[in-house]
Ligand binder design. Sequence first.
Ligand SMILES: Cc1cc2nc3c(=O)[nH]c(=O)nc-3n(C[C@H](O)[C@H](O)[C@H](O)COP(=O)(O)OP(=O)(O)OC[C@H]3O[C@@H](n4cnc5c(N)ncnc54)[C@H](O)[C@@H]3O)c2cc1C
Length: 480
Amino acid sequence: MSQPPRSSSPIDWRQVSGLLQDIVGPEHVLADPDSIDRYSADALTPYRAYYADAAFDRLADVIVRPADTEEVSRVVTFAQKRAIPVIPYGGGTGVMGGILPVDGGIILDVGRLNRLLDVDPSSMIAEAQAGMVLQDLYDGLKPYGLMPGHDPYSVPIATVAGTISTNGVGYRAAAFGPMGDQVVALEVVLPDGRIIETRPVPKQSTGPDLNHLFIGSEGVFGVITRATIKVFRQPEANAYATMEFADFADGFAAVAEMAALGIKPTLLDLTEDDEGILLHLLFEGYREGVDAALKRTTAICKTAGGWSVGPEPTLDYWRHRHDSALNYRETVLGRPRAERWRRQWGRTFDYLHMSLPTNRVLEYRQRADEMLAARRIHVVEYCLWSRPEFFSMLIVPDGDRRVDGRDGYDADVRANLAAGVDEVLTLAQDMGGVMEYCHGVGIKLHHLLERELGASRGAMQDIKRALDPAGILNPGKLAL
Ligand SMILES: Cc1cc2nc3c(=O)[nH]c(=O)nc-3n(C[C@H](O)[C@H](O)[C@H](O)COP(=O)(O)OP(=O)(O)OC[C@H]3O[C@@H](n4cnc5c(N)ncnc54)[C@H](O)[C@@H]3O)c2cc1C
């Protein structure tokens, strides 16, 4: 354990709830069994948390819903003094178990901090509160002719701070980068309750950029309360294109050449599944730039062996890009855990998102294929998303069958899938890559993080100890 043990004296939760009510008001402290149940899990189902079963046994003790930064600070200060865990909670849509209260404690829902505070079209920045849902951000920017750069499947359900804290990747990442790249400045409540603000400039030479302490940090170093992010003009022109390839390696060659030349489509998705190998492309921006990028990209793809199948497949793909999250919002979000786990995924599968040096991606695919085939695990989809380095595999084990709730699965099939997943994730690490580029670590990948961080883990632990002496912020995460 890197952190000093928390006080072993039992916490009087009735008293704690009363004191929290004094801070945020009685109606914003929830301790009823239904709320505790709903808040104690995100979109990770127990089936896929292969080595973290026990994390689902511990529930939160109380939920607080502060109204502003001041209240967040008072809650965190209170918790630090009593060594009570605090788990920052955005939309609860993470797929790695990042908000699971593995030691119980207070879930701090930033959902009431949901306003767009400022839009500055000349500086091309906007200021939003932490709990603002991305769809509301899109809607708020639209009247200004602007849009954010982050466009994940989960636009209808994920929040500004949740996407910063996982450094998520979306459909427009080929042009604008992941959510972390959108961050210009942050307001953060540190684990001891202090409020800090970074400055809204694109670059500084006055010490390290502290924004990066919080980007992708899953809430372990502070609670983000406000973010200034880059915004972009709604494009004056756009062009959709779909290229088909006979071989994934040919598509990969085209994508790598585009990246090397500096061509940045908005959308880049090379997918191989049982319907073939398609490269979906969308170019957005000013007319001459769009035309030139489309022309050169088409030539690159043809040289690599591809052929055009017209814009329609990509138009259709683009129109439906948020469907899975809309469906999730209708059928899963906010439901009791057991119901979510029953309805969420009908079948056993896993979806892996590795990042590798470009020159190792095809070799990695071949070696991972061999490892998975030996375990009778089928890859039903390979994908490059946004960059040649971002490689994903959707895998399904032999003997796959319906998963009903938490325990209705075949233990041998699951153990085999778990071992296969670990083999290919550690292979990515051993080949110079990382095991996840998109969703964070949470509890699902926690057991492999120490291996990936090496000596950097000690430095991270030192920072954590200095900022969070009682180890209250999201304990059990990021190998801290
Ligand atoms: C249908 C569906 C589609 C998805 N598609 C994508 C996709 O395309 N791309 C992608 O990247 N992800 C995707 N995800 C995963 C998920 O939406 C992202 O991980 C998202 O970034 C999580 O945002 P959230 O607001 O729900 O965060 P939460 O799940 O609430 O939290 C995520 C992490 O951030 C921390 N956190 C939350 N708020 C704060 C705060 N204010 N301060 C500090 N830490 C905080 C939490 O403690 C936790 O560790 C998808 C999920 C679903 C269910």
